[in-house]
Design a protein around this ligand. Structure first.
Ligand code: UGA
Length: 471
């Protein structure tokens, strides 16, 4: 891990002859959600792109124009540009080093197994793998979400492994794309942020992103450390906003109030806004949970952990949503889920993706199964990825398969198709649904004879009595 001092610009080598996209060629190192999207979108913008990954199976799929995961609109771009010849993939770093002088680093930075910090070893490995093969000066542009100070340390590392006479510089260009909207967020972002140590690098990136920036997207130029922090601060703010809504939901439960009406009312204040204010089962995925933890860990390393201790509460509120949902399921099954048939609608961490990393829905499904419930999970896209992570859960191909004969239905990922269900047509053993996303039309379900329990709002429908109100 680097020290804060290492972020000073004078420790960072400047490229004498920076890479230029004038050649129209770039590489993208790491072809997961971020890298594959970035590579395909750059090809869509007209560049020749080579994606580099260490995973031969992933590279074989992508090179054949197949996307190894679900992301709306991306498969079409990958197919189109592998066919047009603008997008290719390799596992060979020598090929990447030869191909271009501008290299984007898009590898993952998961949470370390032994701490809350981010594991930046893939970022270091990406640089160690590429740079010794460079024969010309190059600019590495990091897009991965990293602890502040990583970019400066990486610049020193790159210089130490570069061949004699080859200058390698580092810039940072954090990514803000959301899974499920990755293509749209990349081609039409709210802003582009670049952290640079040399005005020439700014020029290179401005030129590269000209097709995006020219239609009015703000281009924010800053130093390396600030650009790294912009990204994690944005995710921490979003996580905090969600947990704020969920903290108020706990209060609403205790007071018999309705958090959906409440957040609708406060969100109308333009200073607050409705986005990321939906109370329910809370946040999951590969980013928000690990990013707030990594930010706390980095603040600790920098001696300012007090500044971010509130993020512990943000995390704790979020994790309580899962136990609250399990407790509600137990309560609705009369004190135990042992032997109960439970249908879980949703496995992805949010709609629009097949990603189940830290999925609140799967976490709840697994907890119920551990308590003896017979759980059947349905998801329009994510049952294959879910089954790889939780192979012992039951999976259903259709909503009807999951729900028919069940004692309890849990709605845990708000796919449109669940909202569009006809509650009257479903055939459970008992018409009780826990809406973990407060997204179903409760009145419509109640009218079809269901008891509907939300999170942070009173239950409605059949069987609502004093017990439900006092909950
Ligand atoms: C998040 C950020 O939104 C992106 O800007 C960022 O680029 C990305 O992380 C990243 O770091 O790469 P993502 O992980 O795709 O994107 O998911 P979000 O759309 O942020 O949703 C995160 C979680 O919050 C989901 O589980 C969602 O269900 C939950 N959520 C969202 C709520 O519980 N309530 C809300 O009001 C909104």
């Amino acid at each position: 891990m680097t020290t804060h001092q290492e972020t000073h610009h004078d420790t960072v080598p400047a490229a004498t002859d920076p890479a230029t996209p004038a050649s129209g060629r770039v590489t993208v190192i790491g072809t997961g959600y971020l890298g594959a999207t970035h590579a395909a979108c750059l090809a869509e913008l007209g560049y020749d792109v080579l994606g580099l990954d260490t995973d031969p199976a992933k590279v074989a799929d992508l090179a054949a124009g197949r996307l190894p995961f679900y992301e709306p609109g991306l498969a079409e771009l990958v197919e189109r540009h592998t066919a047009s010849g603008r997008l290719a993939f390799t596992t060979d770093p020598r090929e990447a080093a030869e191909f271009a002088d501008l290299h984007f680093v898009c590898v993952g930075t998961p949470q370390r197994r032994d701490s809350m910090a981010a594991d930046t070893s893939h970022v270091t490995a990406a640089v160690s793998g590429l740079v010794p093969h460079l024969r010309r000066d190059a600019l590495l542009v990091g897009k991965s979400t990293v602890p502040v100070g990583t970019a400066a340390a990486l610049a020193l590392h790159a210089r130490s492994v570069a061949p004699d006479g080859v200058e390698v510089a580092v810039a940072w260009n954090p990514e803000f794309l959301r899974e499920g909207r990755a293509v749209e967020d990349t081609l039409r972002p709210d802003r582009i942020v670049v952290g640079v140590t040399d005005p020439l690098h700014e020029k290179v990136l401005r030129e590269l992103y000209a097709p995006v920036v020219d239609v009015g997207v703000p281009f924010v130029v800053t130093d390396l450390a600030t650009s790294e922090l912009v990204k994690v601060a944005a995710n921490a703010f979003l996580a905090t906003k969600i947990s704020f809504a969920n903290a108020i939901a706990e209060l609403c439960d205790a007071a018999g109030a309705d958090v959906v009406a409440l957040t609708d009312a406060i969100g109308r204040d333009a200073r607050i806004g409705h986005q990321f204010l939906s109370a329910g089962l809370g946040f999951g995925g590969g980013c928000l949970p690990k990013d707030i933890r990594a930010l706390m860990a980095r603040a600790g390393e920098l001696g300012v952990d007090e500044a971010l201790t509130f993020l512990r509460e943000v995390d704790a509120i979020n994790m309580r949503r899962r136990s609250r949902t399990v407790a509600l399921a137990v309560e609705e099954c009369g004190g135990s889920v042992l032997g109960r048939r439970v249908a879980v609608l949703g496995a992805a961490f949010k709609p629009g993706t097949d990603d189940v990393r830290d999925s609140p829905a799967l976490n709840v499904a697994a907890q119920l199964q551990l308590q003896g419930a017979h759980v059947r999970v349905h998801d329009p896209r994510a049952t294959a990825t879910a089954a790889r992570t939780f192979p012992t859960l039951g999976y259903a191909d259709t909503v009807e398969d999951a729900v028919t004969g069940s004692d309890l239905v849990l709605h845990l990922t708000e796919w449109d198709e669940y909202r569009a269900l006809d509650p009257a047509a479903l055939q459970p053993a008992r018409r009780v649904v826990i809406d973990g996303r407060n997204a179903l039309d409760a009145e419509r379900w109640a009218a079809a004879g269901w008891r509907v329990c939300g999170l942070g709002r009173p239950a409605v429908g059949a069987g609502v009595g004093p017990a439900a109100v006092s909950r």
